[in-house]
Design a protein around this ligand. Structure first.
Ligand SMILES: CC(C)(COP(=O)(O)OP(=O)(O)OC[C@H]1O[C@@H](n2cnc3c(N)ncnc32)[C@H](O)[C@@H]1OP(=O)(O)O)[C@@H](O)C(=O)NCCC(=O)NCCS
Length: 201
């Protein structure tokens, strides 16, 4: 069952986000392992979106009475534009430079591609690990895209490796990428996050 999240769901959603991104290397380097501090950071971002950004649309998936995952969208109808917000790494971030590089590039790419007007933007899609690979992520995505289609909106997101196959299946196409070279920040390897766009249907 997919329903709008309530402000009182915030701590649960924050925990789901931290737990879901534990399997994502970029997430780990930016936020560290699941911690009370990381949860508090995620909760503050959700609360801020709910209270200060009227484009915010957060839907939760409930399975057997328990919140299994959520989708945090920004729905920009007409000439609405994303709010410009400086992001500061949480104190628990093991690599604040990676955090700043990733989110800085993400903001730049959104400006470059004119993200906003008449568009639904997927900010976070997260399913708790024990509920993954049972169709919860797909159901949340389908619901959000149905909403976008009803309003004649295109859709935009930045895909992790885990999300990418799902997004392709739902008609998103690669349009750009965010590349972070971890070696610049004292860690080995690199990451490529694909920016994806879905035409209105
Ligand atoms: C991405 C995510 C939301 C998918 O949720 P889910 O409920 O597991 O997704 P579904 O069960 O609907 O699976 C849909 C498809 O997603 C892909 N997928 C899901 N988990 C995956 C993983 N860990 N690795 C690679 N592909 C994965 C698969 O293509 C899967 O289809 P399949 O099981 O038939 O192969 C979930 O894995 C998650 O929360 N991951 C961590 C956070 C994240 O990366 N979020 C996306 C941000 S852009």
């Amino acid at each position: 069952m997919i329903t709008p999240a309530e402000p009182s769901d915030t701590p649960t959603l924050a925990r789901i986000q931290s737990a879901a991104f534990e399997s994502d290397l970029l997430g780990q380097l930016m936020f560290g392992p699941s911690s009370a501090e990381g949860d508090a950071f995620a909760a503050a971002e959700i609360q801020d979106a709910i209270h200060s950004d009227r484009s915010t649309r957060i839907m939760k998936a409930v399975v057997d009475g328990e919140v299994a995952g959520y989708a945090h969208w920004h729905v920009y109808t007409g000439a609405m534009a994303p709010l410009k917000k400086e992001k500061t790494p949480p104190a628990c971030s093991p690599f604040p430079g990676i955090f700043l590089s990733f989110f800085g590039q993400m903001a730049d790419k959104r400006v470059e591609h004119g993200v906003g007007t008449n568009q639904a933007v997927l900010q976070v899609l997260a399913v708790s690990p024990e509920h993954q690979r049972k169709g919860v992520g797909a159901a949340l995505l389908r619901e959000g895209l149905d909403h976008a289609d009803q309003h004649g909106l295109t859709a935009w997101l930045e895909a992790t490796e885990a999300g990418y196959p799902l997004y392709r299946r739902f008609g998103f196409k690669d349009v750009d990428e965010i590349a972070v070279d971890f070696t610049r920040f004292g860690h080995e390897g690199s990451n490529r996050t694909v920016c994806m766009l879905r035409d209105k249907q």
